[in-house]
Design a protein around this ligand. Structure first.
Ligand code: SAM
Length: 238
């Protein structure tokens, strides 16, 4: 089944945006994945199609209304649709490569792009929206976050990446960051490509890459090493 992304946004003109070029754009054109974009404002109320209102209890900003978003979700989902329903949100579960891989292995997702101060909590509960964050910072809307999530998923779909290996060896796939890359010329501003990479010895090259990946991860992301260690320890216990 084709991976289908159904995006709910107040700014449909932002899509496909960067998803319409390069790998994801070619895959979209080829029908490897499909993108439906729905304007939440089509379900707004009154002559001005209002989608937001002031926060109950006071405070700054506006809140995306529950009834409006619920109507938009219901209209966008075909009966019996079982795809995950995601709400891009800085409060959400952090997006990881493992979660991306899971999602890319399914039929796609409904993705709600928030705006304003956020979304009425009741529609999150009532429509079973799962909050997903792309990082510990605040964007002005969920559209760029949805694009990040979709780009990460689409490149993993079968046939999208040229070389089957390029997915498997990347950062995070083995719990580590990726090793350094080099290409011609052999000498650039007095810096040479490491000899081992020119040796043609596949075993030594693989070992060097593993060592580099581990050193780099220890230096830059010790939290990943901790997680990898715990997984290995748990696997040993089991
Ligand atoms: N008041 C909210 C808070 O403090 O959590 C931030 C709202 S933000 C200005 C508006 C919308 O941008 C959010 O509803 C969400 O859809 C999106 N957004 C912002 N940062 C995000 C992030 N790190 N990951 C995913 N979505 C994000």
């Amino acid at each position: 089944m084709t991976f289908r992304a159904t995006v709910l946004t107040l700014y449909p003109e932002m899509f496909p945006g960067p998803l319409g070029v390069s790998l994801s754009g070619k895959a979209l054109e080829a029908g490897t994945w499909a993108l439906d974009v729905h304007n939440i404002r089509d379900h707004g109320s009154g002559a001005h199609r209002a989608v937001d209102d002031t926060p109950a209890g006071g405070g700054p900003g506006m809140v995306l209304k529950a009834d409006v978003l619920a109507a938009a979700v219901d209209a966008a989902l075909p009966p019996g649709d079982r795809r995950p329903r995601l709400l891009m949100s800085p409060r959400g579960r952090p997006l990881t490569q493992a979660a991306v891989r899971d999602l890319a292995g399914g039929d796609g997702a409904l993705i709600v792009c928030g705006r304003f101060e956020g979304v009425d909590e009741r529609v999150i509960e009532a429509r079973g929206l799962e909050e997903v964050s792309i990082g510990d910072y605040v964007l002005s809307g969920g559209e760029l976050a949805a694009m990040v999530l979709l780009d990460a998923c689409v490149r993993l779909l079968p046939g999208v990446m040229g070389h089957a290996q390029s997915g498997a060896e990347e950062s995070f796939e083995g719990g580590l960051l990726e090793y350094p890359h080099y290409t011609r010329p052999q000498i650039f501003e007095d810096r040479s490509i490491p000899d081992v990479l020119m040796s043609g010895h596949h075993g030594r090259i693989a070992q060097w890459r593993r060592d580099q990946a581990e050193t780099l991860t220890r230096e830059r992301r010790p939290d990943l090493i901790d997680k990898a260690d715990k997984t290995v320890m748990k696997e040993r216990k089991d």
